[in-house]
Design a protein around this ligand. Structure first.
Ligand code: ADP
Length: 633
């Protein structure tokens, strides 16, 4: 669909070519239901003649039925397309609309205004060049205007338009407008928004939308459309930056061709230019820039290309090709800002998958430095982040990645977090900077390695991870297993939940986030002991699947033997060796697994012990059998 232009009738080929070559501006509108956001978008579509006659007729009849504008056309109805929304009178998801003028093409993401939908706004806004903040001239700057401004600056949108709307209802008063400009300017400075353009308007009446308003002759600035048609788009800015291209795939159709395909995130490339591959750091130069329409002499940001190199060097999917003269950084630990998007809260210590560019790595949120209250901009201490929560967090990865600061490059500095079990996207985040401490700590090479220790001890080191309810029999069985292994001459160590909580983890309680951290530390200790060549037996309730998965992934494949000590709650509670169930039932013990805190059963344990039927001795023997059978001892 395109706007109506005279060229369509006189020279259709010319029209199509012009349309093809026009650049594309993405913008979002922020505001609440009543600020006139939908009316504004409807007006823009109308003014660019995007509406067909029949659509117009439908709106006219709807306006009479649902509209709030009397006999006039209610443009909001064009935009609030969904019936449910219309009835509720709110916009609930991100909706994208397209329109174009002679100069440019536009995509507008219409995002909802109310607080719970922070995540929608972040989704809609992440690629926007411009944000239009709707302000009702009668009400001025509201808390939600501040909230949206904060998000807009967080996401890194470079241009903000404050659309001071409904000026017709304020008699087009310059004084009213100036007061709003003054108030907002002060606030913008505070949040660090630099490029603000104020436009007094009436979306409903059409003042200062495409043509200068006669009623506001005191205003000499740009119209909204004039602004949108001329502001620098991010793509133009990115072309001026250093070259970056995350490798989407290695294109190897035959032995003679090896190219690296992806979309250029920033910069301009030409054959002969020197590139560096990150994180490896190897260098080469561009041999060819291949596309389906033939080789190119030059390619720029946002183009998809296949690059071949002059030298045979290792490049894999997920690597980033960068300008050798102005390379990206490489690091493993970062300070990030995250918007949490899932019902289940973010917990420090838990590992997630992090997708940056085309690379997916394992990431642990080490610490929430603070959470931001987006209504007051206050920094609050937080142990976890709930849905729509925004926090500044430190993150540690299992391997170094190439990156830029998000504010320099959203493609190489923005990321999402994915839950490893459900595969849901749980957060959107931005890299603020690499932690210096991670860059100063390099892994030391040691000459005596795990293999040597393992040979010396004539055993394959591993973690035998017993999990189950309190009173299931983990400690009892773990103890027997260790005794038996010791008698066989094996080198072992028993890590017991209660014992660890007396020392290493004595600062932790039993809230979910503390349990996660408890297991993270224990996993790290177990990993060190495996590296020392030991057979580690650990006995922890470890109620959450995610943490057991984390513990498993911390060691190498085959080094983790999960043992599910399967005892029904009735039986475990009946034993109640430590009297804890009684306490929990009396309400004297909070967050007790099985009572008021969940236990997530293992689904792929290497070994399942049924203590309801099997004696402790026999359970321990079963574990030993498993170890012998699989050549650990
Ligand atoms: P956990 O470490 O899982 O909290 P404990 O080992 O401390 O559990 O306690 C389990 C209790 O159950 C012990 O008193 C143990 O003697 C008893 N028990 C009874 N049958 C079994 C069995 N088949 N396996 C392990 N323990 C059992």
């Amino acid at each position: 669909m395109a706007h109506v232009s005279d060229l369509i009738e006189t020279d259709i080929n010319q029209y199509l070519e012009n349309h093809q070559n026009k650049n594309l501006l993405r913008f979002i509108t922020c505001g609440s239901v009543d600020d006139g956001k939908s009316t504004l978008i409807g007006r823009l579509l109308f003014e660019s003649k995007m509406l067909f006659e029949d659509q117009l007729a439908a709106v006219e009849s709807d306006s009479r039925k649902f509209g709030t504008q009397g006999e006039n056309i209610d443009f909001a109805l064009l935009v609030d397309g969904l019936a449910a929304e219309r009835e509720q009178g709110i916009t609930i998801d991100v909706a994208y609309r397209f329109f174009s003028t002679d100069r440019r093409k536009f995509i507008v993401a219409d995002t909802p205004g109310h607080e719970q939908y922070t995540r929608n706004m972040v989704t809609g806004a992440s690629t926007a060049d411009v944000a239009i903040l709707m302000v009702d001239a009668r009400k001025g700057i509201l808390p939600q205007t501040r909230r949206h401004s904060y998000l807009v600056s967080l996401i890194g949108i470079r241009h903000v338009v404050v659309a001071v709307n409904k000026m017709d209802l304020m008699d087009y008063s310059e004084k009213t407008y100036n007061a709003i400009v003054e108030e907002y300017s002060a606030f913008a400075k505070q949040v660090g928004i630099e490029n603000v353009t104020f436009i007094p308007m009436s979306a409903y009446k059409g003042d200062n939308i495409t043509s200068q308003s006669e009623a506001m002759s005191w205003y000499r600035g740009t119209t909204l459309m004039g602004f949108l048609e001329s502001v620098e788009i991010d793509e133009q800015r990115l072309q001026k930056q250093a070259f970056r291209m995350p490798v989407q795939w290695v294109n190897r159709p035959n032995l003679d061709f090896r190219g690296f395909s992806g979309q250029i995130a920033s910069g301009i490339i030409k054959p002969g230019m020197k590139l560096r591959v990150l994180p490896s750091g190897k260098e080469s130069s561009i041999a060819r820039i291949v596309t389906k329409d033939g080789d190119l002499e030059e390619a720029v940001a946002s183009q998809s290309v296949t690059i071949t190199l002059a030298d045979e060097i290792d490049v894999s999917r997920g690597d980033v090709l960068v300008d050798a003269v102005e390379p990206a950084e490489v690091a493993k630990q970062f300070e990030t800002t995250m918007v949490w998007m899932h019902e289940e809260p973010l917990m420090p210590g838990r590992t997630y998958l992090m997708k940056v560019g085309t690379k997916t790595v394992s990431a642990t949120v080490m610490d929430i430095k603070y959470q931001v209250n987006i209504n007051t901009m206050e920094h609050l201490a937080a142990k976890h982040l709930d849905l729509n929560g925004i926090g500044v967090c430190t993150v540690s990865l299992d391997q170094p990645i190439a990156f830029d600061k998000y504010l320099d490059n959203a493609d190489t500095g923005g990321f999402i977090l994915i839950d490893r079990l459900s595969n849901n996207t749980v957060a959107a985040g931005m890299i603020n900077f690499a932690l210096r401490r991670s860059q100063n700590i390099v892994m030391q090479h040691v000459d005596v390695a795990k293999e040597a220790r393992s040979q010396q001890k004539a055993q394959k080191p591993c973690v035998i991870w017993l999990t189950g309810l309190s009173g299931a029999g983990k400690s009892t069985i773990a103890n027997l297993v260790e005794k038996k292994l010791f008698a066989m001459g094996q080198h072992t160590y028993l890590l017991d939940g209660d014992n660890v909580r007396h020392g290493l983890n004595k600062d932790l309680g039993f809230k979910d986030e503390d349990r996660v951290e408890n297991i993270r530390r224990v996993s790290e200790v177990a990993k060190l002991m495996v590296d020392a060549g030991l057979i580690v037996i650990s006995a922890f309730i470890s109620p959450f699947r995610a943490e057991r998965a984390m513990a498993r992934e911390m060691v190498e494949e085959g080094e983790f033997v999960e043992v599910f000590v399967n005892t029904s709650l009735e039986v475990a509670e009946g034993r109640d060796v430590k009297g804890l169930y009684r306490k929990a039932r009396r309400g004297e013990l909070k967050n007790f697994t099985g009572i008021d805190s969940p236990y997530e059963q293992p689904t792929n344990a290497e070994c399942v012990l049924n203590t309801n039927e099997t004696s402790p001795e026999d359970c321990a023997d079963k574990v030993i059998e498993y170890l012998v059978e699989h050549h650990y001892v």
